[in-house]
Structure formats: C-alpha cells, structure tokens
Design a protein. Structure first.
Length: 232
C-alpha cells in the first residue's frame, strides 16, 4: 500500500510510520513541518520505504505544495491517515480568533484540503481508505474538560466530516472511517493534562492504528470508533 501519514514527527504518527514501514510492500509518505524529526524518523526506519515531505498544515499554500510533491513521488495513493493535530489549552474566555483559526486550520481545514488533493490520486481499482484521527474529546456524550473547547470542538467537526464523506462517496471504492482516541502517552497529552500518565503508549496505539488502516476498510465505512481505556 501507498500510505500518507500526517503528524509524523512525534507521538502516534512517528510510531505509526515505523510500524507501517515494517511491511516491505508499503510505501509511507511521512508528513510534518519538523524536518529534523522527519530525518530521524527515516533513520529509525532504516530508510526503508519511507518518503519524508515537509509541510506546515496550518498554511494553505504549504498544503498545495505538499500535494504537488506527492504527485512527483507517486501517481496513486491507497490510504491517507489524517493524524496531525493542534491543541490550545486555554479558558474559553481567553481564546482568541487566532487560537481558533490555528486549531481549526490544522484539525479540520487541512484535512479537507488533503482529502480533496489526494482524491484524484486514490487507486479505486483497490478500495482506498481515509482514516481521520479524532479524540474522545470530540465524541458526543464523552467527558469534556475545561480549557479544551477549541480542540474538542474541532475534533467533533472531524467526526461529522467523516460521516458526511462516507455517505457522499459511498458509490466510489473509498472508505472513510474515524478513530476517536482516548488517553495515549504523547507530548500533546502532556500539554493538555500535565503530569497525567496514560494507560496506553504511542507504540501500542500505533500498532492498533496500523492494522486498522490496512484492514478495516474491507469491513466498514463511515464508522466512528472510540479507542479508549481512559479519557483521561
């Protein structure tokens, strides 16, 4: 499979690329704005079947450049994992328009742009898979936490977007699914809940997601799946 993974420079994304690269039949396009971390990722993957591309997902022009770079490397894509995320931890009364714009640019608008950009590249001879990584913070009825209104509402938008696209493209050979993750030990979790120890590590979650990306679209479409032991 040819798989695009965003947010590949740290946490779950970093470990997901490592996990997917273990299969020699996969080519992974690892996306992040952190070039140094991407280079380290290639070394950790022994440079096998991993292509790194720098992109700032908060910037529309950078995403357009990313699509052009992808087309230079391949004419087809089999899976896109929208894993990148941005978080602002502030009381609602102090959240600025700039804060909201940043969070929604990365967590929602960049996802829309990427899906639109790779859509013509999806190999519909074999069923393609778009996997959106959301959060239990955006899962209806789950526990919500002070200071995370921007983040959680953006992740809720991603959940709804997944359902909408699965319906709109159900006649094409493309599946859209969304994983709403609970607490996983990452840098972002520490930003939201300093000092909290999650019951699941990044490598453990990456192992689960890797299998989901490769296999779940054979059995489901438009599913929003909570993956959690704690929240937090």
């Amino acid at each position: 499979m040819k798989i695009v993974v965003t947010g590949a420079s740290r946490g779950i994304g970093y470990e997901l690329v490592k996990q997917l690269s273990l299969n020699a039949d996969n080519t992974i396009y690892a996306i992040s704005r952190n070039i140094e971390k991407l280079e380290q990722l290639k070394k950790d993957c022994a440079n096998r079947n991993v292509v790194t591309i720098a992109c700032d997902l908060s910037d529309e022009k950078s995403i357009q450049t990313l699509i052009l770079e992808l087309k230079k490397h391949t004419s087809t894509i089999n899976a896109l994992v929208n894993n990148a995320g941005a978080l602002v931890n502030k009381p609602f009364s102090t959240i600025s328009s700039a804060d909201l714009e940043y969070v929604f640019n990365v967590n929602v608008f960049s996802v829309v742009q990427l899906i639109q950009g790779v859509m013509p590249m999806l190999d519909e001879k074999v069923k393609s898979h778009i996997v959106n990584i959301s959060s239990m913070g955006g899962f209806q009825g789950s526990a919500k936490f002070s200071g995370l209104s921007a983040y959680s509402s953006s992740k809720a938008a991603l959940v709804c977007l997944t359902e909408c696209l699965s319906e709109e493209f159900k006649e094409r050979n493309i599946a859209f699914n969304c994983l709403a993750l609970g607490a996983v030990q990452t840098e972002m979790l520490n930003e939201a809940f300093p000092g909290y120890k999650a019951p699941i590590s990044s490598p453990e979650m990456a192992f689960y997601i890797a299998d989901f990306v490769v296999n779940a679209h054979k059995m489901m479409n438009g599913r929003i799946i909570p993956v959690t032991l704690s929240t937090p």
